[in-house]
Ligand binder design. Structure first.
Ligand SMILES: Nc1nc2c(ncn2[C@@H]2O[C@H](COP(=O)(O)OP(=O)(O)OP(=O)(O)O)[C@@H](O)[C@H]2O)c(=O)[nH]1
Ligand SMILES: [Mg+2]
Length: 438
């Protein structure tokens, strides 16, 4: 459907680049970045990217895990995420288990960093870094092993993916802490986000006709070499169609929150706001309305994740061991001081009822209802609407500019009319979607 638009856009650009010609101001600059998206579409994959951005430790990874109903992305008390990670939720029938794919360029980049870190000259710096950040001990141990620090291209299953992502992120964190700035700058641009396709209970979308991609990002305010993580975050903000800005209810109105909010709002994309960790903040510090960007919800991601773990397993399903591990993890979160007592006295049905209540109270269902499931129903349509609206701003049909030849003579008119044809077609294809086609 979009190939005719790509041809028209390429013709406008080719004419605009020809010597001595004039196009309406800014046309080429606005059109050029769209060309890649227009040519990607005929290959059948239209992504709608929703980037999750926040200061460090606001709970980005935990929130995505809660949405996925499984502990897939690594999270912990000390700083964790370095490399942005794409997550594609699909219908449970489309995939039995989550599958992680790491791009070849990322494997090469991380392998090169691992080899550098393993050089004897860096040993003292690595030892000091691990002494300061004991959670990196495992990454150091893998470096001295034989090639075990190298990520593999494909990994299947929640636990294996969790471990693989934790390894990759910790290795990168060690590299960011130890290696000189210039050497890192040479490797980092080659690191493309890994991608995990995950079965979830709340969508019927298979891997066809457009994918919703949730992008987990690092906290740009981390105490690492300046600019390193900003670069990843800025790139994902630029690539995203829409942003999910998470703020931490226990750390409101500080410099970190202002920085991330500025980064998110500077690009003029729709921002949906989540105030997370509301269980840890007193009401006085958490205004009931969300920050300035309009729509938003308040969440307790950790509670949502623990409850979802219980609810994901059918009460009489085959995976009993996993179900009882999920029940224990849930009770540990719900009753940190005496969870063992609750494990003894509560029946399976009582634990499920409690989990259902806590899931509802966690705010995660509200996030699903207000934002995520709406986008997941027709991600291709949302991506297309976004693309068409950006194309609409490229240039009005050309009018003569101070007597000089106008180029393309009618290229922009052709582009505009093809765009209109695509809009009409999309209107008839996606009649039930809440998108306003313009
Ligand atoms: N009490 C409470 N803890 C939470 C909540 N959400 C996340 N956490 C905990 O906060 C810690 C940090 O969560 P992460 O998901 O790693 O946060 P993040 O924003 O991804 O962190 P970085 O990737 O390091 O920037 C973990 O120990 C989570 O279990 C919440 O709503 N309430
Ligand atoms: Mg994280």
């Amino acid at each position: 459907m979009l190939s005719s638009l790509h041809t028209a856009a390429a013709e406008v650009l080719a004419s605009a680049d020809a010597a001595g010609t004039t196009t309406p101001a800014g046309t080429a600059d606005r059109l050029r970045p769209l060309l890649a998206e227009l040519s990607e579409a005929p290959s059948g994959r239209l992504d709608y990217r929703l980037a999750v951005v926040a200061p460090m430790k606001a709970g980005k990874s935990t929130l995505i895990n809660a949405v996925l109903s499984r502990e897939l992305l690594p999270s912990r008390g000390p700083a964790m995420t370095v490399l942005p990670t794409c997550v594609v939720p699909v219908a449970a029938e489309s995939a039995r288990e989550p599958v992680l794919t790491v791009p070849g360029s990322t494997i090469e980049g991380i392998t090169a960093l691992a080899h550098q870190l393993a050089l004897p000259g860096y040993q003292p710096a690595v030892t000091t870094a691990v002494w300061q950040h004991p959670h990196l001990t495992a990454a150091e141990a893998r470096l001295s092993g034989t090639g075990a620090a190298v990520p593999t291209h494909r990994t299947v299953g929640t636990q294996a993916i969790h471990a693989a992502l934790a390894e990759m992120n910790d290795l990168l964190r060690l590299a960011l802490t130890v290696l000189p700035h210039e050497e890192l700058l040479a490797q980092l641009p080659g690191l493309q986000p890994p991608e995990v396709v995950v079965p979830v209970p709340w969508t019927a979308t298979g891997p066809a006709g457009g994918w919703l991609v949730l992008v987990d990002t690092p906290g740009p305010d981390e105490d690492l070499p300046p600019g390193m993580l900003d670069r990843f975050v800025t790139q994902e903000i630029r690539r995203a169609h829409e942003l999910l800005l998470v703020t931490d209810a226990t750390r409101r109105d500080n410099e970190a929150e202002h920085t991330v909010t500025r980064m998110a709002t500077s690009v003029r994309k729709h921002v949906f706001t989540v105030v997370n960790r509301v269980d840890m903040a007193d009401e006085a510090r958490t205004p009931s309305s969300s920050p300035s960007q309009g729509s938003g919800v308040r969440t307790v991601a950790r509670q949502g994740l623990a409850a979802a773990g219980v609810l994901r397993h059918p009460p009489d399903g085959e995976r009993r061991r996993e179900a009882s591990a999920a029940a224990r993890a849930f009770l540990r979160t719900a009753f940190p001081l005496d969870w063992e007592h609750h494990a003894e006295v509560l029946s399976g049905a009582e634990i499920r009822n409690l989990a259902r209540r806590q899931w509802e109270q966690s705010g995660v269902p509200a996030l699903l209802d207000q934002l995520i499931t709406v986008r997941a129903r027709d991600p291709g349509a949302w991506a297309l609407a976004h693309l068409l609206s950006r194309l609409a701003s490229v240039g009005a049909p050309a009018i003569a500019v101070s007597g000089r030849p106008l180029v393309p003579p009618d290229g922009i008119t052709v582009l505009a009319s093809r765009r209109q044809q695509v809009v009409e077609r999309a209107r008839s294809l996606y009649v039930r979607s809440p998108i306003t086609w313009r």
